[in-house]
Design a protein around this ligand. Structure first.
Ligand code: 13P
Length: 285
């Protein structure tokens, strides 16, 4: 059964743990997510962004994820990642997604609040939850390594107004994290995470978790991050595994590449699930 992200994240935050949200866009990526969640006996968030609509439609993704969730003995949330268009939010809700993200982070605060409220009322009517975002992240599919220092950090002063007026269930923050590969070693601003968490009072979400050192993710979880988004690390592992197969065998067929890619994504996903389930084990020093 699919559960809302609020149900999952509130429970995880209360126990000092987090849940990874892995991005999916086809059968292989979904297979990898369920394999790692099963191996680690864990709930999981399966995350499909509107930018992936060129790969599959909402109903197809929902059908595959629901079928796989019936065999998974732990809760599964099907989440719409980074969505800027209300029509896509309506379509994902109609297709049976159990959580949606409205990304109004590039808008002035007042507009972000107004549109987030609209999304919250659509989601409430369907009994599902909403993730909002404050602060600026680089685009999800950046070609160049991102410079986290140039991002627009979430302003603590905006948080209380946004959360109380928009009514979202979780909040994505910009605290030194960036989508894609990092140009330099990332340094999350832990004081800011703690302060935002105190003011927001709802689970926080860390986008761009690929490449953030495990000890930093662990610390962030202890300070209020309850969901970490992971995509790039899996996507690169899959592509590189496919290349290895092709380099070794010129006649390799697509199905052989796909199987190698799934194995590589499972291996790449594992450290993120491990730190989410037991962050204290990974704290530095
Ligand atoms: P990465 O691709 O950097 O892991 O970020 C994923 C993400 O934040 C999806 O919303």
């Amino acid at each position: 059964m699919l559960v809302s992200s609020k149900e999952l994240l509130d429970a995880e935050k209360a126990t000092g743990r987090a849940i990874p949200a892995y991005n999916v866009y086809n059968l292989e990526t979904i297979e990898a997510v369920f394999r790692i969640a099963k191996a680690r006996e864990s709930p999981v968030i399966v995350s499909f962004g509107e930018s992936y609509l060129k790969h599959a439609d909402f109903a197809t993704i929902r059908a595959i994820v629901e079928a796989r969730s019936l065999e998974h003995p732990y809760p599964v949330c099907l989440h719409l990642d980074h969505c800027k268009k209300i029509e896509h939010i309506r379509a994902a809700i109609a297709a049976g997604f159990s959580s949606v993200m409205f990304d109004g982070s590039a808008l002035p605060l007042g507009e972000n609040i107004a549109l987030s409220r609209e999304v919250v009322s659509l989601a409430r009517a369907a009994g599902i939850s909403v993730e909002g975002e404050l602060g600026g992240m680089n685009p999800e599919s950046g070609e160049e390594p991102a410079d986290a220092a140039q991002l627009r950090y979430t302003q603590v002063a905006d948080v209380e107004e946004y959360v109380s007026k928009a009514g979202v269930d979780s909040l994505a923050v910009s605290v030194g994290n960036a989508h894609g590969l990092y140009k330099d070693k990332p340094h999350l601003n832990m004081e800011r995470i703690a302060e935002i968490s105190r003011v927001a009072g709802i689970p926080l979400v860390l986008h761009g978790s690929s490449g953030i050192p495990t000890a930093q993710i662990a610390k962030a979880i202890t300070l209020g991050i309850a969901k970490i988004n992971v995509n790039t690390e899996l996507a690169i592992a899959a592509a590189s595994a496919a290349k290895t197969v092709l380099d070794a065998k010129r006649s390799a067929r697509f199905e052989e590449l796909a199987l190698a890619a799934v194995d590589a994504m499972v291996a790449a996903a594992d450290p993120y699930l491990a730190v989410c389930r037991n962050p204290r084990q990974f704290l530095a020093g």
